[in-house]
Structure formats: C-alpha cells, structure tokens
Design a binder for this molecule. Structure first.
Ligand code: PXP
Length: 250
C-alpha cells in the first residue's frame, strides 16, 4: 500500500450562489466565499457552471479566474458550450460530470464507458489546452478503464451513495471506493473523490491512501451558516488530516 500523500481539499462554492440566486442580486458573493476558503487553507476552489445556471453563473467564473490564487476546478457537463467556456478561461482543471436538468444535484457518475465517442474529442481538446481533465464516475472498474482509454489523467469517485448509506451497506460501498482507488493507482490515474461528504463521513474516504483530492461543498456551506465558513473548512481539514495520518495529527 502506498504511503499516503498530502490530501488536497477543494471547496465547492456553488451553494453560496444558490442562496444569492434565491433573491436575485449580488449577495452573498461566491467570490468572497472563495477568498475565505483560500484563507482557511483550501487547496482549490470548485465551481459547477450548470447549463441552467441555477447556482454559479458565467460572471462568477470570470471573477474566480481573475481573482483566485488557488486553482479553479471547473465542473462542467460534456457539451460544446461548456467546452467552449473552459477553453476560453483555461482553468487549472475541468471535471466532466453528467448533468440532468431535473436532478437537484449530480446524482450518479458519468457513463465514460458508454459515451466514448462523445467524450473522447472533448477530453482531447481540454487536455490540449493544458487543462487537467477529470471524469466524475462511479467506483466501477469499467468506468476507470474507460477513463484510461479516453485519455483522462484524473477520475473523481462519486461518494454520494457511500454518504447516504448506513451499517453494512455503507461498509460495502467504502470497500468499493477503496478497491477503485487502488485500481486507479495501477492504471496510472490520479484519484479524487467527492459528493455528499460531511464531518461524519469524510474520515474513511480521506484515509484511502490513493485518494489525492476531495471536493466538498454543500455540507461546508450549510455548516458555515452556524459557525462561519473559515471554521467549517478548518474543521474539515483537521478531520481529513487526522484520518490521513492518525499517529501524527494533533
Ligand atoms: N464533486 C463533484 C464532481 C460534484 O458534482 C459535486 C457537487 O456539485 C461535488 C464534488 C461536491 O458535492 P457536495 O456539494 O455534496 O459536497
């Protein structure tokens, strides 16, 4: 088993925009949240420009690209419009996610295996522009192998199901994530994970040695209502670090 490397935390600020959009206008400002997240030690900011612009809007991406010091992970559907926007901004990373208009959040992983012909040229164009491409997929060996064939250097494993389950089914889903992360290492894929993670669920995922980055949003923004964004992020970071290296954590 490899020695665990430092685990990066990407903070997803979409739901600051959700609250803003509920009223219209400018407040609360997702860019301010991104700056606070940077100050709290986030290694990156994640933002999902959905086709229906229900949270992050185009001007937010302009502002994030202009002002962020940490890398932006641009989450996007596999559409010509989104590829065009990504190529115009050239964020550090682009994470391709499945998108359905009627869903509340990204419900499942991308079918990388079934959409080979559609995805292959998009992955190539993003990569050629120097953007680190990741595919948001289920912890399924078929999907991991498809990511390799598509030329994506990174996959993000969908942790939503793990977070929703309890007891034995949760342990089984964690084992599936662990196996997938180990397979990533064998296939030469960088392994990320995210979706639905909270203080209670993050530890076992953070402890998977092959996982290099977690992207976390909804829980942190919700927790920020009660304790503030910086303390929420610092606590998440502390739990991640403790899970990663229990013997050295404070
Ligand atoms: N990673 C990906 C690819 C996502 O689509 C999302 C949700 O937008 C997240 C991480 C963060 O999920 P959550 O907001 O549930 O923490």
């Amino acid at each position: 088993m490899p020695a665990p490397s430092r685990l990066r935390l990407g903070v997803n600020i979409d739901h600051v925009a959700t609250v803003r959009n509920a009223r219209g206008g400018y407040l609360p400002d997702p860019l301010r949240a991104a700056r606070l997240a940077e100050a709290a030690g986030a290694d990156g900011i994640t933002a999902h420009l959905r086709e229906d612009r229900r949270h992050i809007v185009d001007a937010d991406i302009d502002g994030l690209m202009r002002e962020l010091k940490v890398p932006l992970n641009f989450e996007m559907a596999a559409t010509a419009e989104m590829v065009g926007i990504a190529l115009r901004h050239r964020p550090h990373a682009a994470c391709i996610v499945p998108e359905k208009r009627e869903e509340r959040t990204t419900e499942g992983g991308l079918d990388a295996a079934g959409q080979h012909n559609h995805l292959k040229p998009m992955v190539a164009r993003l990569r050629d522009a120097g953007i680190r491409v990741s595919l948001f997929i289920e912890a399924d060996p078929r999907q991991l192998e498809a990511a390799v064939v598509l030329g994506a250097p990174v996959v993000e494993l969908h942790t939503g199901r793990y977070c929703e389950l309890d007891g034995e089914p949760k342990r089984a889903e964690l084992a599936r994530l662990q196996k997938a992360a180990a397979l990533c290492a064998r296939l030469g894929l960088e392994c990320h994970a995210g979706h639905g993670l909270s203080y209670g669920d993050v530890g076992p995922v953070a402890a998977i040695p092959e996982v290099r980055e977690l992207n976390i949003g909804h829980f942190l923004i919700g927790e920020a209502i009660f304790v503030g964004l910086e303390p929420a992020i610092r606590e998440m970071r502390r739990i991640m670090d403790a899970a990663r290296a229990p013997e050295t954590a404070a």
